[in-house]
Design a protein around this ligand. Structure first.
Ligand code: FAD
Ligand code: NAD
Length: 463
C-alpha cells in the first residue's frame, strides 16, 4: 500500500479528514482536483458572506467584487498546499477514480498517465455541484450559478433568481442592495421552506420592503433567452431579467468516480450512503461532507471529516454523527436554527417559549427589532419537564442570530436542563440575554410571556 489513508477532495470535509488521519499518525495523501478550501472558500461561504457584508456597507458593484476576491485570497492562503504540507499531509492535484475497493487511478493536472495509488483507508469528500433542474430551455440560455456568479465584473441591471433556499435568499438580498433589480421565484409556498413559518414570512416582508420581487408557490417551468436577457415562465407569470441565477440546490459530486468499482452504494439523489460512523457500503471506504447528502454546511462537512478519519483509524469506540448541527442563513435579519422547528413537533408535552426582538432591550437600542427567539423544549424520560425539560430546537431571527444560536446548540449538545439557560447570568444589554429571557418563560411568566404548548402542524406554527 502506498499510504495509510487517501482522502479525495480538498474542501472542508477533505481537509478535516486529512488532518484527522495525519494527527492519528497515518501517512496521508490528499488528492484534489481543485485548490484546497473547496466550495466554501472559493464559490460558497467566503465569497457570499463577503458580498453580503460589502452590499450592507453600501459599496458599489466593482468594489464589492474586488473585496470578494481579496477575502477569498486571504482565506485561501491559510489552507493552501504549502500550509498543508507543513502539517505533514502529502498533496496530489488531480482527479481520482476507483479501480478497486482501495485502489485509485489519479489523472494529474499535467495530463500525465493515470497514477495508481492504494491505501487500506479511503475517505471520499468530493463535495457537490450546483444542480440545474430539468427545465425546458434552461441549458440553452447563459445562466449563472454559484460557480460563476462571483466572477461577475460588470454591474447588472436585473437578476432573476430561481430558488428561494439559502443561496437564493442570501444572494437576492445582496444583489438587491448592490442596486440590481431582483426577482426571486420559489416553488414552495414560502422562502427557506424548511424553517419556522414565521421566520419565512418575516423574511418575505423584509425582501418586499427592500424592493425584491418575491413570488412563492410558483415553479419555473420553462426558460428562454439569449446573451441580452432571459424570460422565465412560472405559473401565470413571465419574468424577464438581464441574467438568471440558478439556485435550485446542489447534487453530490460523484460523476467519474466509478463508485461501483469499489462497491460503494449511492442513494436516490446520487449521494454516497453512509452509516453513523461515515462508513460506506465498501469496507475501508468512508465518505464525508456534501457528497453524503447530509447537512450541506461547512461546519457539518468538517465534523463529518473528523468522524470519518476517527472511524477509519479506530476499531473500537468509533466516533459517530449525532451532534445537533446549527445553521445560519446570512440574510438581514439573520435566520439561525438548530434542532427542530415548531412545525416539526410530533410529540406531546412539548412547549414553546417565544420572545419578539421588540421586547429585547439591545434590539430596541439598535433600532433592529425585527425578529424573535423561539425555544422548543420537551420532557425528559422519567423527569418530564422538570428543570425546563430538554431543548429540542431553537430558531433565532435577528441582527446577531448567528451568534445567539451557539448557546442553544451547546444546551442541546450537552443535554443540559433548559433551565440552565435561564439560570446563567447574561450581561445586560446584550443580544444573547434574549436567550435567557426566553428560557425563563419555561418557569412561569417573564415579561408578560409564558411558554405555551407547541402547535402541531395542522394548527400552524405561529406564535
Ligand atoms: C453560495 C454558497 C454559500 C454557502 N454558504 C455557507 C455558509 O455560510 N455556511 C456554511 O456552513 N455552508 C455554506 N455553504 C455550503 C458549504 O460551502 C458546503 O457545505 C461545504 O463547502 C462542503 O464541503 P465539502 O468538503 O463537502 O465539499 P467541497 O468544498 O465541494 O470540496 C470537494 C472537493 O473535492 C474535489 N473533487 C471533486 N471530485 C474529485 C475527484 N474525482 N478527484 C479529486 N478531487 C475531487 C473538488 O475539486 C473540491 O475541491 C455555502 C454553499 C454555497 C454554494
Ligand atoms: N448560510 C448557509 O449556511 C448556506 C448558504 C448557502 C448555501 N448553503 C447550503 O447550500 C445548499 C444549496 O443551497 P440552495 O439554496 O441552492 O438549495 P436549497 O435546496 O436549499 O434551495 C433550493 C430551492 O430551489 C427551489 N426550486 C427548485 N426548483 C425550482 C423551480 N423549478 N422553480 C422554482 N423554485 C425551485 C426549491 O423549492 C428550494 O427551495 C443548501 O443545502 C445549504 O445548506 C448554506
Amino acid at each position: 500500500m502506498d499510504y495509510d489513508a487517501i482522502v479525495l477532495g480538498g474542501g472542508a470535509a477533505g481537509l478535516a479528514a486529512a488532518r484527522g488521519a495525519t494527527a492519528a499518525g497515518m501517512r496521508t495523501l490528499l488528492v484534489t482536483d481543485g485548490p484546497p478550501g473547496g466550495d466554501c472558500t472559493f464559490t460558497g461561504c467566503v465569497p457570499s458572506k463577503t458580498l453580503i457584508e460589502a452590499a450592507a456597507d453600501g459599496l458599489p458593484f466593482d468594489k464589492a467584487m474586488a473585496r470578494v476576491r481579496e477575502a477569498v485570497a486571504a482565506i485561501a492562503a491559510t489552507e493552501d498546499e504549502n500550509v498543508l504540507r507543513s502539517e505533514g499531509i502529502d498533496i496530489l492535484r488531480g482527479r481520482a477514480r476507483f479501480i478497486g475497493r482501495t485502489t485509485l487511478d489519479v489523472d494529474t493536472a499535467e495530463g500525465a498517465d493515470g497514477q495508481r495509488l492504494s491505501a487500506p483507508r479511503v475517505i471520499v469528500a468530493t463535495g457537490a455541484t450546483p444542480l440545474l433542474p430539468p427545465i425546458p430551455g434552461l441549458t440553452d440560455v447563459p445562466t449563472l450559478t454559484t460557480d460563476t456568479v462571483f466572477d461577475l465584473t460588470e454591474p447588472l441591471d436585473s437578476l432573476a433568481v430561481l430558488g428561494g433556499g439559502a443561496v437564493g435568499s442570501e444572494l437576492a438580498q445582496a444583489f438587491a442592495r448592490l442596486g440590481v433589480r431582483v426577482t426571486l421565484i420559489e416553488a414552495a409556498d414560502r422562502l427557506l421552506p424548511g424553517i419556522d413559518r414565521e421566520a419565512s414570512a418575516l423574511l418575505t416582508d423584509v425582501f418586499r420592503a427592500e424592493g425584491i420581487d418575491v413570488t412563492t408557490g410558483a415553479t419555473v417551468e420553462s426558460v428562454r433567452g439569449d446573451d441580452s436577457g432571459v424570460a422565465l415562465r412560472a405559473g401565470e407569470r413571465t419574468v424577464t431579467a438581464q441574467r438568471l441565477l440558478v439556485a435550485a440546490g446542489r447534487q453530490p459530486a460523484t460523476a467519474g468516480l466509478d463508485l461501483a468499482a469499489a462497491g460503494i452504494a449511492t442513494g436516490e439523489r446520487g449521494e454516497i450512503r453512509t452509516d453513523d460512523h461515515m462508513a460506506t457500503t465498501a469496507p475501508g471506504v468512508f465518505a464525508a461532507g456534501d457528497v453524503t447528502g447530509r447537512a450541506e454546511l461547512t461546519h457539518a462537512a468538517y465534523a463529518m471529516g473528523r468522524i470519518a478519519a476517527g472511524a477509519a483509524v479506530r476499531r473500537w469506540r468509533r466516533p459517530s454523527w449525532d451532534a445537533p448541527i446549527p445553521s445560519v442563513v446570512f440574510t438581514d435579519p439573520e435566520i439561525a436554527t438548530v434542532g427542530i422547528a415548531e412545525h416539526e413537533v410530533t410529540a406531546a408535552r412539548v412547549r414553546v417559549a417565544y420572545l419578539p426582538m421588540s421586547e429585547v432591550d439591545r434590539a430596541v437600542t439598535a433600532n433592529a427589532t425585527s425578529g424573535f427567539v423561539k425555544l422548543i423544549a420537551g420532557p425528559r424520560r422519567l423527569l418530564g419537564n422538570t428543570g425546563g425539560g430538554r431543548l429540542l430546537g431553537a430558531t433565532v431571527v435577528g441582527e446577531r442570530a448567528g451568534e445567539l444560536i451557539a448557546e442553544p446548540t451547546l444546551a442541546m449538545t450537552s443535554g443540559m436542563f433548559t433551565g440552565r439557560l435561564a439560570q446563567a447570568v447574561h450581561a445586560y444589554p446584550t443580544w444573547s440575554i434574549a436567550v435567557q429571557q426566553a428560557a425563563a418563560q419555561f418557569f412561569g411568566e417573564f415579561g408578560g410571556r409564558t411558554a405555551r404548548p407547541a402547535r402541531m402542524p395542522e394548527a400552524g406554527g405561529q406564535h
